[in-house]
Ligand binder design. Structure first.
Ligand code: ME8
Length: 585
C-alpha cells in the first residue's frame, strides 16, 4: 500500500548572516511537523537550506575580501552547524548555488518562456538589495535622519520644518534608500493569472494559514496583479536565463523553486522509492522524489508571504501548464490542486522582552549560545507554546525560564524521577510469564485488571490522541503541547492522590500498580512529545527501561506502540531529566 506522504519546508535563509531565533522558529516548527509525520508512518520529507544567489552575499564577500564561493561555503557550514547542534532531522539541505538547482531553474525558465509567460521589457524603478525586491512608493516609509526614527506610515510627503535631506524614503525593513534602477529586464506575466488565482483561493480557503493573513493576500490580489521583473542585467552572480545569458534570474524566481529541486533531484532515495533511478550531476547522484510533490506546508515569515502565496502558485501554474483557457481567460480547475502546495503557514515577527530584536540593542537571541546557556528544550518549548503560530509574538526571557521550570523540570521531570526512584525501591518482581530476567529490581509489569486502566484508556484514546493528532494536522503545535501538559497535570494529580511514596511502606502490590499506571501515562505522553523534544524523550524512555523506542518511533511505529503492553525495566536513577534553572532577578 502506498504510504501517505508529508512534505514540509522552511524558507531558505540568506547565507550572509547567521541564523537567529526568527529562523530557529520556522526550523523547529518544520522539524516537529516532520518528526510527527515520520513517527506516524508517513513518507516524510523536510527541506531546508540557504539562499545564495543574492547581491547581499556578493557584497559581504567583497567586504571580507574572499572569493564568493569560499564565503558561501563557510556560511553554509555555519548554518549546518546550528541545525546540527539542535539535531534537526532535515532530509535535504539545499544550496541554490548547486548545479542540480541551476539545472532545474533553467528548465523551468525555458518552459515558462516557451509558454509565452516570460517577455522582455524595461524596468525603471527602485530596488532594495536588503529585501532583494523591487519597491513601489507605497512600500516605503519616511526616515528622519536627524533622529534615525521612521515616521508613521500615514504621513504623506515630507513633513514641514525639516532640514535639507533630513527626510528620506526608505525600505521599512532595512531603513535604507532603495537603488534607482533603469535596465532591460525579463518579466513574468503574473497578470495572466488574475482570474485563475482568485478561483484557486476561492476553492482552497485554507491555502494561507492563519486566515487573517490570507485575507490580506486576497485583498492585495483583488486590487489587480501586475507583471513582475524576474531578471537583472547588472547582477552577474546567479542563474543565467537560458534564452538570454546576459541576464541572471533575480532572487525569487530562483529561490522559490528550491522546494521543487529538492524533490526532483533528491540526494537520497527515500525508502519507498527503492529502485528509483538516479541521475548524475556534477559527480553526485540524485534521485527523482517528485512523488512527494506538492509540499504539504511551506513555513514562512509574514515578510515573504506575498511571494509564496501569489508569485509561487502562478509560477507553478506556468511551469506545469495548469488551468484551462476559456474565451481568452485562464481559469482554475480542480486538478490543479495536485501540483500546488497545500498550505502556506505564516508567522509574525518577534520582539525580545518587548523590544524589537536588533544588534544595536544587543538583544538578538542567538539560538546556539542561548540553548547552551539554558537548554534546547527551553527554547523549543517557549517558542512553540508561548507564541501561537501566525501571530506576532514577544520572547520574554523570564517567562521562558518560568515556563520551562513549571512544565518540564517540575511537571514532567519530577514525575519521571518519582517513578524511577520508587520503582527501584521495590523488591524483585513476582514471578511472571514475561521474560523479564531474574532478580532485577524496578520492573513494572502490566497489571491492567486492577489498575485504573479504564480511566487512562478513555482519556488517551477518546480525547488525547485525537486532539494531538488533530492539532498537529492543523499545525497548531501550541495546543498539542498544552493538551500534553494538561495530561501530565492529570498524572500528577493521580500520583498525589495515590501517594505511592507512602503506599510503598504498607502495600507493595498496590504500589506496583500505581507506579505502572504512572509509567504508562508517561510512555504515552512521551510518544506524543517525542517530535518536540526527541533527545529528552529518548532519554526518558531509556530511564523507564523501554528499549528501542527511538528506533521504533523513527521507523514510523507510533500507532503500534500506542497499543502495545509495555514492561518497564527500570534499572538506574541517573541524572534528572530536566535541571531547574534559576530565574535571573
Ligand atoms: O527571506 N521574527 O530569508 P531571510 C520572526 N531568503 N521571523 C523573522 C525575524 C523575526 N524577528 N527576522 C526574520 C529570506 N525572520 C529568503 C527566503 S524562501 C524561498 C527565501 C524570518 O533569511 C523572515 O520572516 O531573510 C523570513 O521568513 C525568514 O526569517 C527567513 O529570512
Amino acid at each position: 500500500m502506498q504510504k501517505e506522504k508529508f512534505y514540509v519546508t522552511t524558507p531558505i535563509y540568506y547565507g550572509n548572516g547567521l541564523p537567529h531565533v526568527g529562523h530557529f522558529y520556522s526550523s523547529i516548527i518544520a522539524n516537529t511537523l516532520y518528526k510527527y509525520a515520520k513517527i506516524s508512518g508517513k513518507k516524510a520529507r523536510f527541506t531546508t537550506g540557504i539562499d545564495e544567489n543574492s547581491q547581499k552575499a556578493v557584497i559581504k564577500a567583497e567586504e571580507q575580501g574572499v572569493p564568493i564561493m569560499e564565503y558561501l561555503d563557510t556560511m553554509a557550514n555555519e548554518h549546518k552547524k546550528v541545525w546540527d547542534f539542535f539535531n534537526l532531522d532535515y532530509t535535504d539541505f539545499i544550496r541554490t548555488t548547486e548545479k542540480r538547482h541551476h539545472t532545474l531553474v533553467q528548465e523551468v525558465l525555458t518552459t515558462c518562456h516557451k509558454r509565452g509567460d516570460i517577455y522582455e521589457g524595461e524596468y525603471e524603478g527602485m530596488y532594495c538589495v536588503g529585501c532583494e525586491a523591487f519597491k513601489k512608493d507605497d512600500d516605503l516609509v519616511i526616515l528622519d535622519t536627524a533622529t534615525n526614527k521612521t515616521l508613521p506610515l500615514d504621513v504623506k510627503g515630507v513633513p514641514e520644518g525639516g532640514g535639507i535631506g533630513q527626510y528620506v524614503r526608505v525600505c521599512p525593513d532595512h531603513l535604507k534608500e532603495p537603488d534607482k534602477i533603469k535596465e532591460k529586464n525579463y518579466f513574468f506575466k503574473l497578470s495572466k493569472y488574475q482570474t485563475w488565482m482568485q478561483e484557486f483561493y476561492e476553492a482552497n480557503p485554507e491555502f494561507v494559514v492563519p486566515k487573517f493573513r490570507f485575507n490580506e493576500v486576497i485583498a492585495f490580489v483583488e486590487r489587480g496583479l501586475e507583471d513582475f521583473s524576474i531578471s537583472r542585467e547588472t547582477n552577474t552572480f546567479g542563474i543565467p536565463l537560458p534564452f538570454d545569458p546576459s541576464q541572471v534570474t533575480y532572487v525569487w524566481f530562483d529561490a522559490l523553486f528550491n522546494y521543487y529541486t529538492s524533490c526532483k533531484y533528491s540526494p537520497h532515495p527515500q525508502p519507498l522509492s527503492q529502485g528509483a533511478r538516479g541521475v548524475e550531476i556534477d559527480g553526485k547522484m540524485f534521485y527523482d522524489e517528485s512523488d512527494v510533490w506538492p509540499a504539504d506546508v511551506h513555513i514562512v515569515g509574514k515578510d515573504i508571504i506575498r511571494f509564496h502565496a501569489i508569485y509561487w502558485p502562478a509560477m507553478l501554474a506556468s511551469y506545469f501548464g495548469l488551468g484551462e483557457e476559456r474565451e481568452g481567460v485562464l481559469h482554475y480547475v480542480e486538478t490543479d490542486r495536485e501540483k500546488l502546495p497545500a498550505t502556506i503557514l505564516t508567522w509574525g515577527y518577534f520582539t525580545v522582552d518587548g523590544q524589537k530584536m536588533s544588534k544595536s540593542l544587543g538583544n538578538v537571541i542567538e539560538p546556539v549560545s542561548y540553548a547552551t546557556e539554558y537548554s534546547k528544550e527551553l527554547l523549543t518549548l517557549y517558542m512553540l507554546s508561548a507564541i501561537p503560530i501566525g501571530n506576532d509574538g514577544d520572547y520574554d526571557r523570564k517567562s521562558a525560564i518560568e515556563t520551562y521550570n513549571a512544565k518540564l523540570a517540575n511537571n514532567l521531570g519530577n514525575l519521571v524521577n518519582r517513578v524511577v526512584v520508587l520503582s527501584l525501591k521495590l523488591p524483585s518482581p513476582h514471578p511472571s510469564p514475561l521474560p523479564l530476567g531474574e532478580g532485577i529490581d524496578g520492573i513494572l509489569m502490566d497489571n491492567r485488571a486492577i489498575i485504573d486502566w479504564e480511566k487512562i484508556n478513555n482519556w488517551l484514546w477518546d480525547v488525547y490522541y485525537t486532539e494531538v493528532d488533530t492539532f498537529v494536522s492543523h499545525y497548531d503545535l501550541k495546543w498539542a503541547l498544552d493538551i500534553s501538559f494538561y495530561t501530565l497535570d492529570k498524572i500528577n494529580k493521580y500520583t498525589d492522590e495515590n501517594e505511592p511514596w507512602k503506599l510503598i511502606k504498607t502495600d507493595e502490590e498496590k504500589t506496583r500498580e500505581v507506579l505502572y499506571t504512572i509509567a504508562e501515562w508517561l510512555r504515552q505522553v512521551g510518544m506524543c512529545l517525542y517530535p518536540f523534544f526527541p533527545e529528552k524523550m529518548s532519554e526518558m524512555f531509556h530511564k523507564l527501561g523501554l528499549t528501542d523506542y527511538e528506533t521504533r518511533l523513527e521507523n514510523g511505529e507510533l500507532h503500534t506502540l500506542r497499543s502495545e503492553t509495555p514492561v518497564f525495566e527500570i534499572k538506574e536513577k541517573g541524572e534528572p531529566l530536566f535541571m531547574r534553572i534559576e530565574v535571573e532577578k
